[in-house]
Every structure is written in structure tokens, then in C-alpha cells.
Design a protein around this ligand. Structure first.
Ligand SMILES: *Cc1c(COP(=O)(O)O)cnc(C)c1O
Length: 377
């Protein structure tokens, strides 16, 4: 099956007892056993729930992976991967990444004895940092918020030379635009809160992989820690996925129009969108992605926090809020919002300056979005 067919059908057979076409929301914590050790595959909903199972199978199918695991948030999904490490193990990641991931590394796992290094976003920089105890390469591409792109295939090949596993945070691209497992990455992680859910009405996460041993380890943490989505959240994610392809096409189309508009505007210093031919990552994006995604970042010329705030206050349709990937357009201020936890020196080094705006293009009519940005500028 191709992508949209899988999105609508994978893991989702009509319900065998009633014929219900849509996978029911199995709001139950537990399951009857007809006698000791005899049940229908479900015992307790932390361990397994039929709605969640349908979601997990669908996600695995979309990423071309064998196994899918759903979590109560993207960070819970990341936590389950990192839990498989032992004190003394080493992880290499990039300087530019989601601030919450950085906080999980620095404030949760570092005190437990896991070591982290941060490098520039290319395979050679990863290789130079490899140590005998390096267990994971952690790659986010496109990165948040500057939309830099890392060559997944090259990083994964480098990792394989040293028996290191490569994790790719595929939140921004979604499996519609990028399938890291086909580029030889080992583990894909998602914040399903974003495009997968797609309607800004849930928090969720996912891990997809082929390696059976790592699957068993991560599944063990999923059950032992218990950061699983409830049945209704799992159902909302499944529902969101059905229109993922349609939404991603429109998100991208709108983002591209907005990026082109901003590029010509005198109040804009710089635009970050891999779909612009002049973007330094454009060729790499063409190589490893089927599209450029729906995120655009930009710097307002000669602007400080107060000026950026005035711009935000003038916007009438586009909403100032955390998060991204919903049907409505959102703007955010990485300097104090997503990346507020990062020390100023590291933030500036990563290019996250006080005049940077991140925009998640929704699926509204793009003329309205451009009019809104134009009047606010
Ligand atoms: C939001 C986000 C996360 C964290 O996911 P939550 O669902 O908020 O826990 C991780 N990675 C990226 C790239 C994100 O945008």
C-alpha cells in the first residue's frame, strides 16, 4: 500500500464484534480472562490497549518500520529510548535541537551519569566526537527552530562503523516527507503532538524501529514506566493520521508562499526555509525528503524582543503560542519559549537570537496569512 492508503487502513480492520468501520475507543483498564492465563491478547491497558495497538501498527507502517510504540508525549518517547542506556554511556547530538530534548539530556539523564556531546550538523563532526562508550547519535532534522538539515544516510553509515545506533527525531518532516529508517537510521522518534495529531488537541509521542532487541527494551520501559497515551488520545492520533498527507501538502504549500513573501520584504533580515533555492540545505533536502515541511523561521531586521512583541500583538489570524503542526498557523519566539532553558551563550552560538520568529504555517487560505503578516510588519 502507498502512504495515504496505509494512513487510513494500516492496523485498522473494521471491529470484528460490531463491524464498526472506525477503530473504537477502548475505554477500559482491564480485560476479562475466561480462565487463568486465557485472554484475547490484552490484560491491562498500560501493557496494551486495542486502540493504542491500532495506532502503533499504523505508525510503524507509515515509517516503514516493523515495530511502533505510542507514548503520552514526545518527551516520554525520548525518555524511553534514553532509559535503555547505562551510566557512562555517551550520546552525540547537534547543537541545534528542540529545547525540551536538551533539557531532558542535561537535567534528567546527565545527573544519572549519561554523557552528552553537541556538534555541528554534519556526519564528520559526529565521527570526530566518537568515543569507545558512544552508544547513540541523536539527530533532529529539519532542526528546530532554524530548519537545518542533516544527512541521515551519512550519519547512519558513520554510526554503523562503530556499532552506534542512530535516532532521528522526525517530528518536523513527518513520515509523509521523510522516512529515516529507509535511510538506514535505527530508531525514529516523534512528538505526535505536532503534525501527527495535527489539530492541537492532544499531547502524544511515538517510537518506530526495526531492531527487535531495542524494541523489546523500549517496550519494557513503556510498560514499566507507564507513560502511555489513553485510549481517547490514541484514537485522536489515529484520526489525525488519516488526513496527514492532505495536511502536509497544504502546510508546505502555505509555508513556501510565506517564505517567498518574507524573502522579498524589507523588514526581514533572513528567512529559514529549506524549500527556497538559495537555502544552504536545499540540495540535501531534495535528496532525502519528499517535501520541505510547513515550518518557516525568520529574523526581523533591527528588532529586539519588544519590537518582535509588537509584531506578535498586531497579528490578527496567526496566534502566538507554543507548539506547531496544527491546522491553525502559530508563531513563537524561540529565544524565550522553546529554547528558554538553553543558556544565553549556547543559544546565541546556535543562532537563536532575540529577533528570531518561528512560524508554523497552518492550512488556512494563504492570502489571509500573508495579509496578516504584511499588515503586522
Ligand atoms: C515538541 C517536540 C518534542 C517534544 O514533544 P512533546 O510531545 O511536547 O513532549 C520533541 N521534538 C521536537 C522536534 C518537538 O517539536
Amino acid at each position: 500500500m502507498k502512504f495515504s492508503t496505509k494512513a487510513i487502513h494500516a492496523g485498522q480492520e473494521p471491529d470484528p464484534t460490531t463491524g464498526s468501520v472506525i477503530t473504537p475507543v477502548y475505554l477500559t483498564s482491564t480485560y476479562r480472562q475466561s480462565e487463568l492465563d486465557v485472554h484475547k491478547g490484552f490484560e491491562y491497558s498500560r501493557t496494551g490497549n486495542p486502540t493504542r495497538k491500532a495506532l502503533e501498527e499504523c505508525l510503524a507502517s507509515l515509517e516503514n518500520g516493523k515495530y511502533g510504540l505510542a507514548f503520552s508525549s514526545g518527551l516520554a518517547a525520548e525518555h524511553s529510548i534514553l532509559s535503555a542506556l547505562s551510566p557512562g554511556d555517551h550520546v552525540i547530538s547537534t547543537i541545534n535541537m528542540y529545547g525540551g530534548t536538551y533539557r531532558l539530556f542535561e537535567k534528567v539523564f546527565k545527573p544519572l551519569g549519561i554523557k552528552f556531546s553537541y556538534v555541528e550538523d554534519d556526519a564528520e563532526c559526529f565521527e570526530k566526537e566518537v568515543k569507545p562508550n558512544t552508544k547513540l547519535f541523536w539527530v533532529e532534522t529539519p532542526t528546530n527552530p532554524l530548519l537545518r538539515i542533516i544527512d541521515i544516510e551519512r550519519v547512519s553509515q558513520t554510526a554503523r562503523k562503530y556499532a552506534i545506533k542512530t535516532v532521528v527525531d522526525n517530528t518536523f518532516a513527518t513520515p509523509y516527507f521523510q522516512q529515516p529508517l529507509l535511510l538506514h537510521a535505527d530508531i525514529v522518534v516523534h512528538s505526535a503532538t505536532k503534525y501527527i495529531g495535527g489539530h492541537s488537541d492532544l499531547i502524544g509521542g511515538a517510537v518506530i524501529l526495526n531492531d527487535e532487541e531495542w524494541y523489546k527494551r523500549i517496550k519494557f520501559f513503556q510498560n514499566s514506566v507507564g507513560a502511555v497515551p489513553g485510549a481517547f488520545d490514541a484514537w485522536l492520533m489515529l484520526r489525525g493520521i488519516k488526513t496527514l498527507a492532505l495536511r502536509m501538502k497544504k502546510h508546505e504549500e502555505n509555508a513556501k508562499c510565506i517564505a517567498e513573501f518574507l524573502e522579498k520584504h524589507p523588514a526581514i533580515e533572513e528567512v529559514f526555509f529549506p524549500g527556497l533555492p538559495g537555502n544552504p540545505y536545499h540540495q540535501l533536502a531534495l535528496k532525502q525528503m519528499k517535501g520541505f515541511g510547513g515550518m518557516v523561521s525568520f529574523k526581523l531586521r533591527n528588532a529586539d524582543k519588544e519590537t518582535v512583541n509588537t509584531f506578535f500583538k498586531r497579528l490578527k489570524i496567526i496566534t502566538l503560542a507554543q507548539s506547531l503542526g496544527g491546522v491553525e498557523s502559530l508563531v513563537s519566539y524561540p529565544y524565550t519559549m522553546t529554547h528558554g532553558v538553553m543558556p544565553v551563550k549556547e543559544k546565541e552560538a546556535a543562532g537563536i537570537t532575540g529577533n528570531l520568529v518561528r512560524l508554523s504555517a497552518g492550512i488556512e487560505d494563504v492570502e489571509d496569512l500573508i495579509d496578516d503578516i504584511s499588515q503586522a510588519l
